[in-house]
Ligand binder design. Structure first.
Ligand SMILES: C[S@@+](CC[C@H](N)C(=O)[O-])C[C@H]1O[C@@H](n2cnc3c(N)ncnc32)[C@H](O)[C@@H]1O
Length: 427
């Protein structure tokens, strides 16, 4: 059993961990840090200016914090801490037998996320990909850092299909993406257009079908918060007097006021149905117009259940670099989904576990789709030359154009600029 130095124990929101100084922190102590551009790697001369920073992210985050720069969108895909050579702590892989495995991961993430919080603009949000190895701990950690009130959603991403053969009990085909606002009162996400065209609940048609579309019937009788102005007598076609819930008084009312009901009768929005002993009255809910006969596009908040496959991510990268060089890059459509949640098409995007650089690729694609001017900053270390040979080369290819494995040519997204930086540590 390894010994814990009690003075290093940290506690946050139900989590305990040992906070040891990392080698990079020792190196940075008392040093001044600067971004140093590698001019030979600069690309492009028009369009949004993106950056790749080759560095341990702790150092690069500190430089960004000192500069005062703010980002509206932060997306990260940290090591999932699977115990299978995916998480390096102080230059050593953390394996499944390490009894401080989770403690090291929390300590590592805490230091970086605390700075990330400072880098978020007030109307911004952070998105964190994770899976079952650390999801529970990351949720507690983020609740502690960003505040439980700023929790937006835990997106559940179906990332593969058919993992049944590898699974002992249950085939898990999902990972997650936690989302936190910097300030929940200032975060506004775009809504999703609802596909009413193919919604089978709209079954009936009347003479207004061309303009209003089909409709379904909603009971006018309603049991919600009581209001006297909604509690009145309706006369059925045969003269029968109808009261909501069968009587005047709590709890039932009609959904519409008397004035609105009369408008509904005049404009054919109301349907009476004769039951064996009584009458029922309904509102027609149309596909293409609202309850004021105004054309509407139906919009609802996006759902937390999403589907973006890992295999698409792998194929995208293989198509560019023509080799199986990096495992599990995220698919660009996942990041495009994140970017598209924001109304502002000129947001500043940061990814500080950039890996193969899918986030920059996605930013350039999304800008092309909607004429945005978003800029993206990537930070990644150069483990196995990933930053130089994968992150940079991939995004360079996206800017200048490339040929897929199938032989199909993909035109470059030429209206983008790319700068490459390293960090200079001065003592
Ligand atoms: C899971 S991968 C990210 C994959 C990425 N989302 C993509 O689509 O390619 C995590 C990456 O973070 C990098 N990384 C891990 N620790 C880091 C650190 N302290 N500083 C900078 N990069 C780090 C690893 O080298 C790895 O490439």
């Amino acid at each position: 059993m390894s010994k814990i130095n009690k003075s290093n124990l940290k506690f946050l929101n139900g989590l305990f961990w040992e906070d040891k100084e990392e080698a990079i922190e020792k190196k940075l102590k008392g040093a001044s840090l600067e971004l140093k551009e590698i001019n030979s790697k600069s690309l492009g001369n028009e369009g949004p200016k993106h950056r790749i920073i080759e560095s341990d992210n702790l150092a690069a985050l500190q430089v960004l914090k000192t500069s005062g720069e703010k980002f509206q969108v932060i997306y990260i895909d940290p090591p999932y801490n699977t115990g299978n050579k995916d998480f390096k702590y102080n230059d050593h892989y953390v394996d499944a037998e390490d009894e401080f495995r989770h403690s090291k991961w929390i300590s590592f993430m805490f230091k970086r996320l605390e700075i990330a919080k400072d880098l978020l603009s007030e109307d911004g949000a952070i998105f964190l990909s994770i899976d079952d190895y650390e999801q529970a701990r990351l949720k507690l950690l983020c609740d502690g850092i960003f505040g439980q009130q700023n929790f937006v959603a835990n997106f559940i991403r179906k990332n593969k299909a058919g993992s049944g053969h590898d699974s002992k009990q249950i085939a898990v085909e999902f990972d997650y993406m936690l989302c936190y606002a910097k300030n929940i009162d200032q975060l506004v996400f775009n809504l999703e257009n609802v596909d009413v065209e193919n919604d089978t609940k709209y079954r009936h048609a009347d003479t207004f079908v061309k303009k209003r579309g089909k409709y379904y019937l909603r009971d006018l009788d309603y049991k919600g918060s009581y209001s006297k102005s909604l509690d009145y007598i309706i006369t059925a076609p045969d003269g029968t007097k109808m009261k909501s819930g069968g009587k005047i008084g709590k709890p039932n009312t009609w959904r519409w006021s008397q004035e609105k009901f009369e408008w509904g009768i005049k404009n054919d929005y109301i349907v009476f149905k004769k039951m064996p002993k009584s009458w029922k009255v309904y509102i027609k809910q149309y596909q293409f117009v609202d309850n004021k006969d105004k054309v509407r596009v139906r919009k609802l908040p996006h759902r937390a259940l999403i589907e973006y496959s890992n295999s698409k991510g792998s194929n995208e990268l293989k198509d560019i670099l023509n080799q199986d060089i990096f495992t599990y890059p995220k698919p660009t459509d996942l990041i495009c989904f994140v970017l598209d949640l924001f109304e502002n098409k000129n947001v500043k995007v940061l990814d500080f576990f950039a890996g193969s650089g899918s986030s920059l690729h996605a930013t350039m694609l999304q800008n092309k789709i909607d004429n945005g001017q978003r800029t993206c900053t990537l930070i990644t270390n150069n483990e196995n030359k990933i930053c130089e040979e994968v992150t940079y080369e991939r995004n360079k290819a996206v800017i200048i154009g490339y040929t897929k494995r199938s032989g199909k040519k993909v035109e470059g997204l030429a209206k983008n600029q790319l700068q490459y930086f390293k960090i200079q540590v001065k003592k």
